[in-house]
Design a binder for this molecule. Structure first.
Ligand SMILES: *[C@@H]1O[C@H](CO)[C@@H](O)[C@H](O)[C@H]1NC(C)=O
Length: 206
């Protein structure tokens, strides 16, 4: 069963933004990036700002040619900075990063791959771009296998209901693969994501 399109569909239904101009950072050129297809771009909404040291992925983009950036994302950089300045200072938020294309987009038998899951993030800290909370899954960088094509890496922020304790089951913690983010959101009454963004990349040797 393909879970990717479902996740995409419910997020797209939420706001359905057209794709914006992708952000270019120092040392890179326009041709290193491509905007996402219309349907992939519709995933991005809510103004979520996600940035790695030399790469701002706040706007939906494909890292199409810049192999060095692909390599840095996989091997050098830790967790990105995540900022959302529309959140309520007094509320708590959950952040997840998933790959719906594990091991590849045409047959994602291991989807979703859970790359990062932090809950109980105070709105005030998310406004400052600090992901400080209870880490349920440590950040693991995008490492798409060789010859597996482009993978989507999706970041989603949910508002947590007050006094709701979010946890992973033993079964869920036993593997990063085959995780169902929608099931997690449903179980803890998280509703729709308040913001989401995704970027595409592939193995740096391809
Ligand atoms: C995609 O993954 C499936 C399932 O693991 C595998 O059988 C198939 O060969 C892969 N296809 C490509 C193009 O890598």
């Amino acid at each position: 069963m393909m879970l990717g399109p479902k996740l995409l569909a419910f997020s797209a239904a939420l706001l359905g933004c057209p794709f914006g101009v992708h952000q270019i950072t120092r040392g890179t050129s326009e041709s290193d990036f491509k905007p996402l297809s219309r349907s992939d771009a519709s995933f991005c909404n809510g103004g979520l700002q996600v940035s790695y040291p030399d790469l701002d992925i706040s706007k939906c983009l494909v890292i199409s040619r810049e192999h060095l950036l692909r390599e840095k994302i996989s091997q050098e950089w830790g967790a990105p900075r995540v900022r959302l300045n529309t959140v309520d200072k007094g509320k708590k938020y959950a952040l997840m990063m998933v790959d719906p294309d594990a091991p590849n987009r045409s047959k994602p038998t291991r989807a979703h791959w859970r790359h990062w899951l932090v809950v109980d993030i105070e709105g005030a800290s998310l406004r400052r771009g600090e992901v400080r909370g209870t880490t349920l899954s440590d950040y693991s960088p995008p490492t798409p296998p060789q010859k597996s094509g482009l993978h989507r890496y999706q970041f989603l922020v949910y508002e947590q209901p007050a006094n709701q304790r979010l946890i992973l089951t033993k079964m869920e913690t036993s593997s990063l693969g085959n995780w169902d983010p929608q099931d997690f959101a449903r179980k803890f009454h998280l509703g729709q994501p308040v913001a989401a963004v995704q970027f595409l990349t592939q193995n740096h040797r391809d």
